[in-house]
Design a protein around this ligand. Structure first.
Ligand SMILES: [Fe+2]
Length: 231
């Protein structure tokens, strides 16, 4: 299963199954939205993600989503919204200008969630109740990794794999195309794995699966994921 923009529009009536966690974005009441600082130094994720990749990914790609969003949303009904509200509102429209705003707002939001979930050196495993739920859903932690890789292969082009909840309200890894994300369809976003080539190609070339495995084994701060689940 993977989610496209058409899926999101078709799922407009989905009821929120959990409160969206308050992070990753600090509250903003008006444009311009400011790209939050990284919660670590750009070299701190190496060797899993190199300083060069973080520099390009954060400093060029992520920044560009904010810049484009601030330009596109100026003078519109989105101008005084918090970022996540822009994502949810723009997802409801098929108008070309709203799709552009959605794409940039979603990617701005997605990447804040992405950076915020990493911690250099770990902790790198779910524990306690969360660990038990992971094992129940995926067999064990390696099962979660394998599932993430399998799901990433269902996304043909650019996109994300998000740990969220499925239609049965169970923990699930779901693939989303482009900048689409769970919050646009009223679902919680616990953990996001960026599978756009800009996230890994400098370091891993075409070895996407190796990148996903390395990130899940060595960088994810599962304490942040626990906070998102309890928010
Ligand atoms: Fe990215």
């Amino acid at each position: 299963m993977h989610i496209t923009r058409r899926t999101i529009l078709a799922a407009g009536a989905v009821t929120a199954v959990a409160t969206v966690f308050p992070r990753p974005h600090v509250a903003h009441a008006a444009l311009p939205l400011t790209q939050p600082a990284l919660p670590f130094a750009q070299a701190d994720l190496a060797p899993v993600i190199s300083e060069k990749t973080v520099s390009l990914h954060y400093g060029k790609h992520h920044k560009a989503y904010y810049d484009k969003l601030n330009t596109l949303a100026a003078g519109t009904r989105y101008a005084d919204m918090e970022l996540v509200e822009i994502v949810k509102e723009a997802a409801k429209s098929e108008a070309a200008e709203d799709i552009k705003i959605f794409n940039n707002a979603a990617q701005a939001w997605n990447h804040v969630a992405y950076w915020d979930q990493f911690v250099p050196g770990g902790p790198n495993r779910p524990e306690g109740d969360l660990g038990a739920r992971i094992n129940e859903t995926f067999g064990d932690y390696d099962g979660l990794i394998k599932r993430a890789v399998d799901v990433s292969d269902t996304v043909f082009g650019t996109g994300w794999v998000w740990l969220t909840r499925d239609d049965d309200n169970k923990l699930a890894l779901i693939g989303y195309e482009d900048g689409n994300n769970p919050v646009a369809v009223g679902r919680p976003a616990y953990l996001g794995i960026d599978i756009w080539e800009h996230a890994y190609y400098v370091d891993y070339e075409n070895r996407k699966a190796e990148h996903i495995r390395s990130v899940l084994e060595k960088l994810v701060n599962w304490r942040v994921v626990e906070e998102r689940m309890s928010a």
